[in-house]
Design a protein around this ligand. Structure first.
Ligand code: NAD
Length: 246
């Protein structure tokens, strides 16, 4: 029970890596605040976590509506001190530099950079005051190697690494660690539904472990970084990619 006595806010908890985090965090004893825009999947995760005996609050909202986001966080703080933040929710809008639509580019930066920044601004003061906190931002291997036809996503995922390192420098002395996890190709509903098999094959061919990750394999690393086991790790961008991108 590495996370006993802690409360974690997880964005994008309805499915994929966010859902796996919720279940693994609950198994490690954390109470949870879960955010997602999809009420159906969010309910499923929330029900599963509640069945595990954990306290859970869930909020259905579009995180990019910053006013609604702030309201939800203020309300969620009634659960107690939220001392773990997992910035996981995200989406992709493929496009090359020549073709990317400016609005779509900004939307991708919004969900991957502005939303995490807003959540950090709201929750960091409480963590600093308590002298303990964990922030884990879910970036991507594309954030360090770039992606052809993925200019918005790669830029956003590099941006969240810069945010991670800057906040880590600001709040280390207060007992708060801030790290980024960089998944490789991971078997989540979005990847399974929307990614062309051709692209999957190319990435797997370039992955030394020769396969796609399960969401739990990423979530377990996030849970480790959230625990006291990772007490002297801050400011890292940790690939969980089976070697893709080395
Ligand atoms: N799956 C992969 O191969 C992979 C690889 C590298 C990085 N990542 C990153 O990991 C994170 C999770 O990925 P995943 O594959 O589990 O994603 P997913 O698409 O399967 O799930 C994302 C969840 O976030 C929610 N969400 C998206 N936009 C939202 C918004 N505006 N407001 C509220 N909720 C919103 C969705 O409803 C969904 O439940 C993302 O940041 C993604 O970029 C994934």
């Amino acid at each position: 029970m590495l996370l006993n006595g802690h409360i974690a806010l997880i964005t994008g908890a309805g499915q994929g890596i966010g859902r796996a985090c919720a279940v693994i965090f609950a198994a490690q004893g954390a109470d949870l605040v879960l955010f997602d825009k999809n009420p159906e999947t969010l309910n499923n995760t929330s029900d599963e976590v509640a069945r595990m005996g954990r306290k859970v609050m869930k909020y259905t909202l579009d995180l990019t509506n910053l006013e609604k986001l702030r309201e939800a966080v203020e309300n969620a703080c009634k659960i107690g001190l939220i001392d773990i933040l997992i910035n996981n929710a995200g989406f992709d809008r493929p496009g090359t530099t020549a073709k990317i639509d400016k609005k779509e580019f900004e939307a991708v930066l919004g969900i991957h950079v502005t939303v995490p920044l807003t959540l950090i601004q709201m929750l960091l003061p409480g963590m600093r005051k308590a002298g303990w906190g964990r922030i884990i931002n879910v970036s991507s291997i594309y954030g360090i190697i770039g992606g052809k036809g993925e200019v918005a996503y790669s830029t956003a995922k590099a941006g969240i690494i810069g945010l991670t390192k800057s906040v880590a420098r600001e709040c280390g002395q207060d007992g708060v660690t801030v790290n980024a996890v960089l998944p490789g190709l991971t078997r989540t509903p979005t990847i399974e539904t929307f990614m062309d098999e051709r692209y999957k094959k190319d990435i797997i061919a370039d992955t030394p472990l020769g396969r796609i990750a399960e969401p739990e394999e990423v979530a377990r690393v996030i849970a480790f970084l959230a625990s006291d086991e990772a007490s002297f790790i801050t400011g890292i961008a940790l690939p969980v990619s089976g070697g893709w991108g080395i």
